[in-house]
Design a binder for this molecule. Structure first.
Ligand SMILES: C[S@@+](CC[C@H](N)C(=O)[O-])C[C@H]1O[C@@H](n2cnc3c(N)ncnc32)[C@H](O)[C@@H]1O
Length: 313
């Protein structure tokens, strides 16, 4: 197997904000290359316990090796979508935890594994599944979704200005021949863009690839429910850290955190907390934590990252 390369984003900020207690129980919902998990486990130093989730078996296998180098037994890797976190933890008798981390999206390893079809830089079959046992692939989305569905996905998930044109050209091309590969898709995208858009910074297919990946993996569809179920697992003083890389993801996290940390009958004209309005969570920081200048210089992937932290009261 290729080496699992992924530089963790906002690593120190997450470790600090999780407020790790030596004997606490922690969950890494998005194990990836175990960058964050490695440091959580090290802090636990043999007591407490760490449960890690990833829906990608390659991440589980690579991280199992990485975490074993610490020679600490107190962790378990769970190959599952984090949307089933509560049920998976219940199966092993865990009903509450001291901290949960979500570092959303894909890992650099997934992008660099050309044959997984996530990247516009490698020619491969259109796949993009994080969980390779799931059925929907990027090829299905590109060849089967209607023109209006494609336009919506490109616009909402990719914030692509030329969504309509790209969707129309995909539909036109697939009538002639099925679109099978990443490079075939890149060609169609490039042909759909005006010259000045092709000259802009960044790869012209970046936004469309991101949009299709989000759709294939149902990333936004499961987020709110997964986060709100995870919040219910927190013990008093337990914390949840969420790193997002997309404005829609961040909006979901921000609005959920605001919702659960404000009184239900909150009203601009009557800023009074009623007795039965017990607030269960508090925002650890009102504004998201952003990567430092040094981190941005070293890791290009950190540019769109935002960390939000909440604590159960
Ligand atoms: C950004 S990477 C995490 C990197 C990790 N924090 C590190 O420092 O090495 C995100 C990981 O979460 C996984 N993932 C994304 N969505 C998931 C979901 N709904 N359920 C389980 N795993 C998911 C991906 O497969 C990927 O390995």
């Amino acid at each position: 197997m290729k080496e699992f390369k992924h530089v963790s984003v906002l690593l120190n900020e997450c470790i600090e904000n999780l407020n790790i207690k030596k004997d606490g129980i922690y969950v890494d919902a998005t194990l990836g290359g175990a960058g964050h998990s490695y440091h959580i486990l090290k802090k636990l130093n043999g007591s407490g316990y760490l449960y890690c989730f990833d829906q990608d078996i390659a991440a589980i296998e690579a991280s199992s090796k990485r975490l074993s180098t610490l020679s600490l037994p107190n962790f378990k890797l769970i190959h599952s979508n984090f949307q089933f976190m509560k049920q998976e933890l219940e199966k092993i008798g865990i009903n509450s935890v001291d901290g949960i981390l979500f570092d959303l999206g894909v890992s650099s390893y997934q992008l660099d594994e050309g044959e997984r079809g996530f990247s516009y830089n490698y020619d491969a079959l259109l796949d993009m599944r994080m969980d390779q046992s799931s059925s929907l692939t990027a090829k299905d989305v590109v060849n089967r979704y209607s023109e209006s569905e494609l336009t919506r996905i490109f616009f909402e998930y990719g914030e692509e200005k030329f969504s309509r044109k790209i969707a129309a050209n995909i539909v036109k091309e697939r009538k002639v021949k099925e679109i099978n590969t990443t490079f075939e898709l890149v060609d169609i995208i490039k042909k759909s863009l005006p010259v000045q858009a092709l000259r802009e910074k960044g790869h012209p297919a970046k936004r469309i690839f991101q949009a299709i990946r989000i759709e294939v993996n149902g990333e936004l569809a499961i987020l709110k429910e997964s986060l709100s179920n995870a919040l219910k697992l927190l013990k008093p003083k337990g914390r949840m850290c969420v790193i997002t890389f997309h404005s829609l993801e961040d909006r979901i996290v921000k609005s959920l955190f605001n919702e659960v940390s404000s009184p239900k009958s909150w009203n601009r004209n009557m800023p009074i907390v009623l007795d039965d309005d017990k607030i269960e969570y508090k925002l650890v920081c009102k504004k998201p934590i952003l990567p430092s200048v040094e981190e941005l210089e070293q890791n290009n992937r950190a540019h769109s990252a935002k960390l939000r932290v909440i604590e159960k009261l």
